[in-house]
Design a protein around this ligand. Structure first.
Ligand SMILES: [Zn+2]
Length: 219
């Protein structure tokens, strides 16, 4: 069995803390876990993790387009933030990557800016995968809405811990029987994968929030 979490951050994200040493410990404890590293407008951490942990890692980026956040997966190089959603999608496709829409109905949190609803509904073909559970998402009903959106549009589904610290990793994942590392077989399996979904609890979220404020003050 492979557990796969398609949304996580390292300390290369401006607001996250997970180090390569901590990831090393995590993969020793969870050797069949696959993580997409999707740092905010940054790809260095994902490349570094790929070098160290190879098939446990998918290189990604959570890109802030001018119309909201888009996750690129299986990327080769950095995608500039600030472009329109259409240009961002074009760039990811040019790299032969996959496009996931993260927390599409989230409406709380100051650093998160979900994709604009008109893009989501009018350009549904932009997206290969819909994140139907985000462990940091506290907008009431947002995860359920994302699931209905994915089902209505026949999209494969993914779950993301959106972990910003090591203790937020490991409880949210899609379960695959096996995986050969190819994106085509990932897409095929995500249609029917069983999902483990666990929201990040108040206390760890609070600790991460305090650490974020300290990081902000020191930067
Ligand atoms: Zn994120």
């Amino acid at each position: 069995m492979i557990q796969i979490d398609l949304h996580s951050h390292t300390r290369c994200s401006r607001d996250a803390f997970t180090s390569m040493n901590q990831l090393d410990g995590f993969f020793r404890r969870n050797p069949s876990f696959v993580l997409a590293i999707t740092d905010h407008d940054e790809i260095k951490g994902a490349h570094e993790a790929k070098k160290l942990f190879d098939r446990n890692i998918i290189v990604g980026e959570e890109i802030k387009s001018s119309e909201g956040e888009i996750v690129g997966l299986f990327l080769k190089k950095f995608v500039e933030p600030g472009m329109t959603a259409e240009k961002t999608v074009e760039e990811i496709r040019r790299q032969d990557g996959l496009i996931m829409v993260p927390h599409p109905f989230k409406r709380t949190g100051n650093l998160d800016s979900p994709i604009r609803q008109e893009i989501l509904f009018e350009n549904t073909d932009f997206f290969d995968i819909v994140e139907v559970f985000n462990a940091r998402n506290r907008t009431y009903g947002a995860n359920e809405k994302a699931r209905r959106f994915a089902d209505a549009n026949g999209k494969p589904v993914a779950v993301g811990s959106d972990a910003h610290a090591i203790y937020e990793l490991g409880a949210t994942f899609a379960m695959l029987k096996s995986w050969d590392g190819r994106k085509e077989s990932l897409i095929a399996q995500l249609h029917t994968a069983s999902l483990s979904c666990q929201s990040i609890h108040f206390i760890p979220r609070l600790i991460t929030k305090v650490m974020r404020e300290i990081k902000k003050m020191n930067s």
